[in-house]
Design a protein around this ligand. Structure first.
Ligand code: PFF
Length: 474
């Protein structure tokens, strides 16, 4: 079976695809804003430490499992555990989670595409009006945008690993870098740009408390696409000679670098728009930043460069976010696709058709949960508030289950699969791994404090989300 399994054609292809998954909507807007609000440079330092010392070992463990098993997450847990029933449940969770996150992420990607389309049509002024976003998400035109996004994602995925995912990443990722750098270069020339840069990078250690640390770690974990089965699946498409240790480092560095550089685009723009901005008052939510605040700011550029100029800058911005979203969406849909191909023995085309119908139906329901349909909009209530279907999917799968999946990876690799096997796998393609300090650190951290941290995050998220209380007293 595994000999005719499709593989990436090169290490670069794998790294670009994995980085494409990691670089997403959160990197471009969410990260810079949350860094600025939570201590600037102090947050950046803490974030980098979390990436290096907590997230990287988990990433290596996920990749090692995938490459060893040469299977999707469900198959990997089953194969490496000798078909243990208990671990099959972890595998199942490793497939259901990305499936549900794909639904939630699809909804937002569709909105981004809609904003990109509207900007290109010359409607930036419309996008910038305060009531537009609310009207836009409840307008039936979103269903047309959804069809287009679904077609793009499926056209990439139907090409398979080499001709689809790898080729798309090789085009979209360099394009994303070019768009990002051009926007940064432009934004840094605006008046007051440096005030934004100062807020972003000057450290304020007094802001760091338990909740900020929790937030930074969760952000790093999600940003690197951990706990979603993506890296396990992508690593099952690389060869035994590839170096997982250096590959994981490259992915983590690229993702963090893009997030950091995005701050040099977003913060100067915000401070140039309003030099008296109080960072504490900026919204933490990427959604309201992208769809409500930034269009206003982009339109204001017309005073400097005219309406057409402002529309071009806005178009470049939405294209950038769209590319980042598409590569992430492709990676997450590939997980259940691989499962259907391997476990249900469907052809890639059939697997994609089944998933298009299933995710399509759920995405339509989520899209209608912002006011179009009452029972979807007020589906349930917990944590002291009414919750829509979209909220439920986000709260359960994106916020709560991800750290749990990370915890299960650590426990599985250390206590079921065992350290020696992890080391053996990581040593393939990395000759000096065994005996190195990296090996010692990975084995020590994954068997001790990383699972404890992930458990605390999981419990705290359940407490905050569902019971409106917190372990950290906020
Ligand atoms: N790193 C991605 C992001 O920051 O948006 C995480 C991700 C989310 C990947 C959702 C894929 C996905 F569907």
């Amino acid at each position: 079976m595994s000999s005719n399994r499709e593989h990436f054609s090169s290490r670069l292809g794998f790294i670009l695809a994995a980085a494409g998954s990691a670089v997403g909507i959160g990197n471009l807007v969410g990260f810079p804003v949350s860094a600025t609000k939570n201590g600037g440079g102090a947050f950046l330092i803490i974030y980098a430490l979390f990436v290096a010392f907590v997230c990287l070992p988990v990433m290596m463990a996920e990749m090692a499992m995938g490459r060893k098993a040469q299977k999707d997450p469900y198959g990997a847990y089953r194969k490496l555990s000798g078909k243990s029933k208990r671990w099959s449940i972890a595998g199942l969770l490793g497939v259901i989670t990305p499936f549900m996150i794909a639904v939630f992420y699809m909804v937002i990607t569709v909105w981004i595409f809609g904003y990109l389309f509207q900007t290109t049509m010359g409607n930036l002024d419309l996008l910038a009006s305060p009531e537009h976003f609310g009207a836009f998400i409840n307008n039936t035109s979103v269903f047309w945008y959804m069809v287009i996004v679904a077609v793009i994602v499926n056209l990439i995925l139907v090409g398979g690993v080499k001709e689809g995912i790898e080729k798309a990443s090789k085009v979209l990722m360099p394009a994303l870098f070019v768009l990002l750098i051009s926007l940064v270069a432009y934004v840094l020339t605006l008046d007051n740009a440096m005030a934004g840069v100062r807020f972003y990078v000057v450290p304020d250690f007094s802001k760091l408390d338990a909740s900020v640390l929790n937030g930074a770690l969760s952000q790093a974990f999600f940003s690197l696409s951990l706990g979603m089965g993506i890296l396990m699946t992508y690593a099952s498409y690389i060869s035994k000679d590839d170096n997982i240790v250096s590959g994981a480092k490259m992915v983590a560095i690229t993702d963090s670098l893009v997030a950091f550089i995005a701050g040099l685009m977003v913060l100067p723009a915000i401070f140039s728009f309003n030099p008296d901005t109080n960072p504490a008052e900026l919204s933490d939510s990427s959604v309201s930043m992208i769809f409500v605040y930034l269009p206003k700011l982009l339109l204001a550029l017309q005073a400097d460069i005219g309406y057409v100029g402002a529309s071009v800058v806005a178009g470049i911005f939405f294209l950038l976010v769209f590319f980042a979203a598409i590569t992430s969406l492709v990676s997450i849909v590939e997980v259940p696709t691989a499962t259907l191909i391997e476990e249900a023995k469907l052809s890639r085309k059939k697997a994609l058709t089944v998933l298009a119908i299933a995710t399509g139906a759920l995405t339509v329901l989520c899209t209608m949960s912002f006011g179009m349909v009452d029972w979807l909009t007020k589906m349930t209530a917990y944590g002291g508030a009414d919750k829509s279907m979209f909220d439920v999917v986000y709260d359960i799968f994106y916020d709560t289950i991800l750290p749990l999946n990370g915890l299960l990876v650590c426990l599985f690799v250390m206590y079921k699969w065992k350290k020696v096997r992890l080391s053996e796998e990581l040593a393939q393609g990395c000759d000096d791994y065994v005996g190195s300090w990296v090996e010692k650190y990975v084995n020590f951290s994954l068997s001790t404090f990383i699972p404890v941290i992930l458990l605390v995050i999981f419990i705290n998220t359940v407490a905050t989300k569902f019971f409106a209380t917190s372990l950290f007293g906020f």
